[in-house]
Design a protein around this ligand. Sequence first.
Ligand SMILES: Nc1nc2c(ncn2[C@@H]2O[C@H](COP(=O)(O)OP(=O)(O)OP(=O)(O)O)[C@@H](O)[C@H]2O)c(=O)[nH]1
Ligand SMILES: [Mg+2]
Length: 459
Amino acid sequence: MSNAPPSPTAVPPDADYQASMRALESAIGHFKGCNEAELRELADDMSQLGRMAEKLQSGRVDIAVFGEISTGKSALINALCGEQRAAVNVRGGWTKDVWHVPWETAGYCVPGFADSQVVLVDTPGLNEVDGAKRGEMARDAAARVDLVLFVADSDLNDTEYRALVELAASNKPLILVLNKTDLYRPDQLNDLLTVLNGPRYAGIIRPENIVLAQADPREVEYVIEAADGSTRSEWRKQLPQVEEVKARIIELLAADGKALIALNAAIFAADKSDRMTALRVRFREEEAARTIWSFAVTKALAVSLNPVGIVDVLGGVAVDAAMVVTLGRIYGISITTNNAQSLAMSIGKSAGLVTLLEAGVSWASSAFKTLTVGFGTVLTAVPQGAAAGFGSFIVGQAARFYFQHGASWGDQSPKAVVTQILENTDKQSVLEQLKAEILKKLSTNRHADETDKGWFGKK
Ligand SMILES: Nc1nc2c(ncn2[C@@H]2O[C@H](COP(=O)(O)OP(=O)(O)OP(=O)(O)O)[C@@H](O)[C@H]2O)c(=O)[nH]1
Ligand SMILES: [Mg+2]
């Protein structure tokens, strides 16, 4: 028979806990499919999700310690741990980063997790000098922890009060620790407790969650009387008094620690997923808009600078097909050049673009373009190029819709989608912008420059 002690991990994680784990894993899996640029932007969020999953897997409880500078946050962590773990200093703003301090003597273990750990998270003072960023760091840490200790050493000032209200809104268990009680006379302390239990705090903090502490009490003078009647005085360090804090933490954890951790992780996963999805949509939309515009300009230039009409038609379709392939890639959908070409053509047909722009305008004017070398090219080319560019712009918008809906037209016909796009597009303004792009290019073209000057010079 084995001598190994029975494993306390025998209790399996319950359904809520497993559901939270799945929510985190699915969020991580979902965003693994991002393209490289998106992954770079979402790297922080991804690693936070990863850390949250690790926390859940190991059954770790994180307790954040918040408060104004010098209220005794680090001292409280040391007192709870029973040893010097966090740096304490009379100088305000001592703690600069968020520190994770394992609290081995907490005496709490998440049911079902033998190696579960309680960690105290030390944070910089909320009102730190040049501390907007640190305040943000503190709030960010709050989103990830399971329980919050808010340390104050008097009635709360406005900054503290606002922070407390914000933390209370996160629906995490919140304990208000009134520290440095050794500095108050009993009657002062009573007055202070009356205020803290009064209307200003009603609905923000439950009275049973307001606890007193002396994390690092000042030295007390003892007068020692010798046998011969002489006296001498001695200043002695006092022991910290944080039992009330510890008892309340353990009570809260024992009541629903496991459910809290699961709920917290689920909320975190949902929040992160929402944020990352919104970011990802924004990146894609921006990239798609840039892509469509740059292809539309390319098309406009190709048509306006190309003196042979037949090339306009073939080259034009090739540009549109390349745009569709690129758009597909942005939305994570791969499409062959042939299929992209068919898609571009069918969108163009729906919009009446092929007959109107590609075939009609290009073919009809090609003879004119070929015959009239010089200023004739410039005159016809600018509106013609802009019109072709506008065609690509519409094809791009429709293809974007198609990819946004997972390579489908949703419950609409391609014709209806294209009609809607045409209705919602300010054609004149797009044409003007395309013309401006063409003229910009022509003005940097030495040959076109001469033609331009020649013609206008004659006028
Ligand atoms: N009298 C008294 N002083 C305390 C008590 N707790 C902490 N202090 C003192 O308050 C000062 C600040 O303590 P810290 O623990 O560094 O405070 P903090 O909130 O971590 O400060 P920052 O990290 O700078 O924001 C130190 O001089 C401590 O000795 C207490 O219970 N009583
Ligand atoms: Mg500190």
